[in-house]
Design a protein around this ligand. Structure first.
Ligand SMILES: Nc1ncnc2c1ncn2[C@@H]1O[C@H](COP(=O)(O)OP(=O)(O)O)[C@@H](O)[C@H]1O
Ligand SMILES: [Mg+2]
Length: 323
């Protein structure tokens, strides 16, 4: 594997996305890391902050098949998964595949649909297979979902159950434009009204095949020293011991941290994980898996603050082997 070329390919993807999406390089790199780790990402923030735009742009720039589902209160599981229809002339049932039969699934505003529909999606995310009337169909790799949702305080939403939050590798938020210049840039790029969809001219910068090879490299070619594994394990365990936490991170949270860190190492042009790669994702990989004790949740304590505190108290390993 030519590390320099891999790093350059990742830079090109990020650059392409940033031609349309105005925001932090690091946020875009994190979304890319989730994609390279074949992990699902949840973009959570107030309406109108570019969540759909970012997800669409990412999907469009990596040459894979993608489809989008707009979640609404009346969306049914069959609208996502597919259904069998009777064909009179053949005298048999035919499978009409739903939008989940794709590589990248854009699940927009997940929390606007009721639990039954949500769980149909979340099952597919977990199992990477679809069962329709007793018949199971495996989804082709790569398969990952990019979900968006507005914060649960918004009216007319059905919050995702904690168990289902756990299935997202990362939870990220786009946030407001950081500077006046960025705010201006968002407007400047849309002065031309005719371009109603800013992703219209988007072209993939790498092929699906190349993307798949990068995914495989994350899995096979990025080394993780045992000291780093211990670092992750210690952070994860501390989330379970914290006095304000009712339920701490699952082991899946630790795995998520590991996977995302390996992908980020590759994005940064390295074939080994550093403690800094881990630190980059501590909040995004763990905070959505914590359940606070009720009294502290009511006091307004936030999961992110607790994870931040824990990460700050676990000593960062200095002597790790790069290979
Ligand atoms: N950071 C951003 N960069 C570029 N355009 C943005 C950004 N944030 C919002 N917009 C524009 O604002 C509109 C709303 O964005 P959208 O992605 O639909 O928001 P959300 O899905 O978060 O509700 C879109 O037309 C989008 O082009
Ligand atoms: Mg949206």
């Amino acid at each position: 594997m030519d590390l320099q070329r891999v790093g350059e390919a990742c830079d090109r993807i990020v650059e392409e996305i940033c031609k349309i999406y105005v925001g932090d390089d690091l946020l875009v790199r994190k979304v890319l890391a989730a994609a390279l780790a074949n992990g699902h990402v949840l973009l959570e923030d107030n309406p109108g902050l570019g969540k759909t735009l970012l997800a669409k742009t990412m999907a469009g720039s990596i040459g894979c098949k993608f489809s989008r589902i707009q979640f609404t209160p009346d969306l049914l599981p069959a609208d996502i998964l597919g259904t069998k229809v009777w064909r009179q002339k053949d005298g048999s049932f035919e499978l009409l595949k739903g939008p989940v039969f794709t590589n990248i699934l854009l699940a927009d505003e997940i929390n606007r649909s009721p639990p039954k529909t949500q769980s149909a999606l979340l099952e597919v995310m977990e199992e990477r297979q679809v069962t329709i009337e007793g018949e199971t169909h495996r989804l082709a790799a790569p398969f990952f979902a990019m979900g968006t949702q507005n914060p649960i305080e918004y009216e007319g939403t059905y919050p995702l159950p904690e168990a289902q939050m756990d299935r997202f590798l990362l939870r990220l938020s786009t946030g407001y434009a950081e500077t006046l210049e960025r705010e201006r840039l968002i407007l400047a790029r849309r002065v031309d009204w005719k371009k109603d969809d800013p992703t219209m001219d988007l072209k993939p910068v790498i092929t699906a095949q190349r993307f798949r090879s990068l995914q495989k490299a994350v899995e096979n070619d990025v080394y993780v020293d045992d000291v780093i594994l211990r670092y992750i394990a210690e952070i994860v365990r501390k989330t379970r011991e914290h006095p304000q936490v009712d339920v701490g991170s699952s082991p899946r949270g630790g795995l998520a941290l590991l996977k995302a860190s390996r992908a980020m190492a590759l994005i940064r042009g390295r074939d080994f994980v550093t403690p800094d790669d881990v630190k980059t994702f501590v909040l995004d990989a763990l905070s959505h898996r914590l359940i606070l004790r009720l009294e502290h949740a009511l006091e307004g304590v936030r999961e992110r603050d607790i994870v931040k505190e824990i990460a700050g108290n676990v000593p960062v390993p200095k002597d790790f082997r790069p290979r």
